[in-house]
Design a binder for this molecule. Structure first.
Ligand code: NAD
Ligand code: UDP
Length: 360
């Protein structure tokens, strides 16, 4: 299939590209690099073994969308493009509503105009907020607690309303739990700008010596060891779910909403121990007060994804830590670590070449 990957230069999108390309799909990556690096495209070319077709585009800009859709029809769109930092969304909610919601409306309008009827959408466990019970099923109450989460909920609703209005439009709404880890090559991975908000990139940066110690937010939660519990999921398992969702949409001609997680809760201290073992590095930490807005434990019931998509997470916490460490140690400064690129200055194919390929 010909697939448009919006936000494909980002953390999860780039990993999904490796799996989608591996299944034989032709990809056009669109991104505005709001939170990613052009270097990703060269790294992807090395992993995939072929040029990555790329078009710089901002989903809020109609002309950019027109240029993207001005060619042979896409069979599906995978939509990763969003701003995603919870704390940042509290400081500048309008930017989040504009980027995430307005961008999605424009994308859906462009899909509608071009007659593209399949969408895979990146939603999040954040739509459940602080769930009444765990494991969380898809029919749990939706009551997100921050502007970022509200953008995800509104985007789910927009997409749901479009599916209602057009019985031939189908969407796979994927609610990710906590994606971590990296491609086993160590060539692509998570590269947060500034101080990481999330646990795994923070721990990785402590291990590599970029940060002194981890602050553990709360040692008095009602959990196995007093620290917060989450459902960490290897990004390559998550990537595979997108290819499975595309297959589902093509096969079943219907929409779905599924949780993507392992179904297993892991505490902060359990993850720290696993990372120390995988990296052979000590991870100094101190227990401090709880982070505002945090919840004790969230983990998925992923059985619906298994039933509908035939998908289940296969990689364990050890593999997540091993691959996160390989990425971090090969690229201590993320994509700013030029050494890996110097050996292979690659070229990225243009939209023009994509059109030629798609037409042929
Ligand atoms: P990311 O920031 O690494 O990737 C998002 C990509 O979208 C970036 O490359 C960014 O430059 C691009 N982008 C943003 N706004 C754009 C716009 N207007 N036009 C074009 N490109 C734009 O984030 P990620 O971790 O890969 O997350 C991907 C998706 O998954 C997001 O929608 C996010 O909300 C969702 N999600 C992420 C997590 C997580 O923990 N990483 C968890 C749940 C859901
Ligand atoms: N956490 C922590 N120190 C950090 C970052 C996160 O103790 O520097 C904890 C956080 O309180 C939560 C868990 O690690 O219990 C996962 O946090 P993350 O932000 O990665 O995911 P989310 O809370 O959004 O699910």
């Amino acid at each position: 299939m010909r697939i448009l990957v919006c936000g494909g230069a980002g953390y999860i999108g780039s990993h999904a590209c490796t799996v989608l390309a591996g299944r034989g799909h032709d990809l056009l990556v669109a991104d505005n690099f709001a939170n990613s690096s052009p270097r990703v495209l060269e790294r992807l070319r090395r992993i995939i073994g072929a040029p990555v077709f790329f078009q710089q585009a901002d989903l809020r800009v109609r002309a950019d969308l027109d240029a993207l859709f001005d060619g042979p029809r896409f069979d599906a769109v995978v939509h990763f493009a969003a701003l995603k930092a919870v704390g940042d969304s509290c400081r500048r909610p309008l930017d989040y509503f504009d980027n995430n919601i307005a961008g999605t409306i424009h994308l859906l309008q462009a899909m509608q105009a071009a007659g593209v009827k399949r969408l895979v959408f990146s939603s999040s466990a954040t739509v459940y907020g602080d769930p009444d019970s765990v494991p969380v099923r898809e029919d749990a109450a939706l009551r997100t607690t921050n502007p970022y989460g509200r953008t995800k909920l509104v985007m789910e609703q927009l997409i749901g309303d479009l599916c209602e209005s057009d019985p031939s439009f189908h969407a796979a709404n994927l609610r990710y739990f906590n994606p971590v880890g990296a491609h086993p090559s160590g060539l692509i991975g998570e590269d947060p700008g500034g101080v990481p908000d999330n646990l795994m990139p923070y721990v990785s940066q402590v291990a590599v010596g970029r940060r002194e110690r981890l602050q553990v937010f709360g040692g008095d939660w009602p959990t196995v060891d007093g620290t917060g519990v989450r459902d960490y999921l290897h990004v390559m398992d998550l990537a595979r779910a997108h290819a499975d969702a595309i297959d589902y949409l093509a096969r079943e001609d219907r929409s779905l909403t599924v949780n993507l997680g392992t179904g297993r809760g892991v505490s902060v201290l359990e993850l720290v121990r696993a990372f120390a073992k995988a990296s052979g590095r000590e991870i100094p930490y101190e227990i401090v007060g709880r982070r505002a807005g945090d919840v004790a434990q969230v983990y998925a019931d992923p059985s619906l994804a298994q039933r509908l998509l035939g998908w289940r997470a296969e990689l364990d916490v050890e593999a997540m830590c091993r691959d996160a460490w390989r990425w971090q140690s090969m690229n201590p400064d993320g994509y700013g670590s030029a050494a890996v690129d110097e050996a292979a200055a690659g070229e990225v194919a243009s939209q023009h070449e994509w059109d030629a390929l798609a037409a042929g």
